[in-house]
Unconditional design. Structure first.
Ligand SMILES: Cc1cc2nc3c(=O)[nH]c(=O)nc-3n(C[C@H](O)[C@H](O)[C@H](O)COP(=O)(O)OP(=O)(O)OC[C@H]3O[C@@H](n4cnc5c(N)ncnc54)[C@H](O)[C@@H]3O)c2cc1C
Length: 412
């Protein structure tokens, strides 16, 4: 049998896969992307961070995203028991983009995948990667793919980028998965015609609303262009399981417990059945190995609270493409020093923020009445996605800085 051969095979055409494909094509590499679904397809993860704009720019995709007319975003707002605070990402410690978009992922991901094709990547939709036998010592990997009609074929690939998201193809095959140290949480979410007219609702910001009785239960409202919103609740699964009925009924019941949110959505039209996703936090013991690297969610997923997922996916694609450029040029490369370690650095910054959010400390900080402007700008930079900027003390010593600030805020 004649087995086709490619330089780089990417599993999945989500944000990580498409950006990696575009960057590698711009280096002149031959890229094949295998995508299980037909695009456009639904995906959760709709609020981008300004840091992600730099990667869209680097991949040559920014114009297509700007022209799509998504909802402009310039910050994040938080609400707890009637108390409101917000961050304007244009006022931040780190240099770089201060604005971005809130996107319907079906459209956004499709645009990115089409951009990757425009740069010459081949994307095969409704083809699913079933198995990958990695080669050693420069021998290509052998990838088994299933087409939509059920037929299987094989591809030899010089390098594999696993960007399969929660599909986590290589982590499962290579048994790289390690348990997340977060409790098992889930989310129930939908899109609504939000019916919000005027008032003080800022459509240019994601709004995170804390449940009045449970500080570890929170809602997102992510306004889209055209009077629609993404709405979701995140909680430990034991909390979500207390509610009966369809996913929509359960989400409505939990929303009804939060007065400001139920008032905000009083005229909403719930026209889309809600969905539930549980146990999404995941980790791996290594992010790369001989002949492969894990991108985006295929490597690690923390938590949705700070909307960091797509930014981390883009960052991983950008780092991997840079290492591959040098590797294909015949240079000796160090995947740990140039990919694994720097990627983890930003992920760990977000991890410390997520831990502090659920423990309550970060909420003590942001709802504190007297916020020092310079400290607020440092936090704003991280919420805007600049989690790799070592000039920010909250990146350099994240946990220590957060703990110290929490202690000060708790006193006064
Ligand atoms: C409740 C919730 C809310 C979130 N909110 C946000 C947010 O507001 N902002 C944000 O930035 N992030 C958010 N995220 C995270 C975000 O969804 C992800 O981090 C992001 O989609 C990761 O992109 P990716 O390219 O790694 O994977 P994905 O977007 O999941 O893409 C992976 C692709 O691989 C394909 N695939 C899977 N298996 C195979 C296979 N075997 N063969 C071929 N193709 C395959 C899939 O079909 C898919 O298209 C949220 C996540 C959750 C769970």
């Amino acid at each position: 049998m004649n087995i086709e051969a490619v330089e780089i095979l990417i599993v999945g055409a989500g944000p990580a896969g498409s950006v990696a494909a575009a960057l590698l094509r711009q280096q002149g590499r031959q890229v094949l992307v295998i995508e299980r679904e037909q695009f456009p397809r639904f995906s959760i993860g709709e609020s981008l961070l300004p840091q992600s704009m730099a990667y869209l720019e680097q991949a040559g995709m920014l114009q297509a995203v700007v022209e799509a007319g998504f909802q402009f975003k310039n910050g994040a707002a938080f609400m707890r028991n009637g108390r409101y605070t917000d961050f304007d990402f244009r006022d931040k410690h780190s240099a770089g983009w201060g604005t971005t978009y809130q996107v319907q992922r079906a459209d956004f991901d499709h645009i990115l995948a089409k951009e990757a094709e425009r740069f010459g990547a081949e994307v095969r939709y409704r083809h699913e990667v079933l198995n990958i036998e990695l080669g050693t010592k420069g021998v290509p990997a052998l990838v088994t793919v299933k087409r939509a009609d059920g037929e299987q074929y094989q591809v030899r690939a010089g390098f594999i980028l696993d960007a399969s998201g929660f599909g986590r193809v290589l982590p499962r095959l290579l048994k790289l998965e390690t348990p997340s140290n977060f409790p098992v949480r889930g989310a129930i979410f939908t899109h609504i015609a939000d019916g919000i007219h005027g008032g003080d609702f800022d459509r240019t910001k994601i709004r995170v609303t804390v449940h009045p009785q449970h500080c570890d239960v929170w809602f997102w409202t992510i306004p889209f262009a055209g009077g629609r919103c993404s709405l979701g609740v995140v909680a430990e699964t034991s909390f979500l399981d207390r509610y009966q009925g369809s996913a929509t009924e359960r989400l409505q019941a939990i929303v009804a417990e939060e007065p400001s949110l139920s008032a905000l959505l009083a005229h909403a039209r719930w026209d889309t059945p809600a969905r539930q996703i549980v146990g999404y936090s995941a980790n791996v013991d290594k992010l790369w190995g001989e002949g492969y690297a894990l991108l985006g969610n295929a490597g690690e997923f923390l938590d949705p609270v700070f909307s960091s997922g797509v930014t981390i996916a883009f960052k991983s694609a950008s780092l991997a493409a840079a290492v591959l450029e040098r590797q294909f040029a015949g240079e000796q490369v160090d995947w740990q020093a140039d990919f694994g370690a720097p990627l983890r650095k930003g992920v760990d910054t977000f991890r410390a923020f997520v831990e502090s959010w659920y423990a309550g400390g970060f909420q003590t900080i942001i709802f504190h009445e007297n916020q020092q402007p310079e400290v607020k700008r440092m936090i704003s930079a991280i919420l805007a996605g600049y989690a790799w900027d070592l000039s920010n003390p909250f990146v350099k010593e994240t946990s220590r800085r957060l703990a110290a600030l929490e202690a000060v805020c708790a006193q006064g």
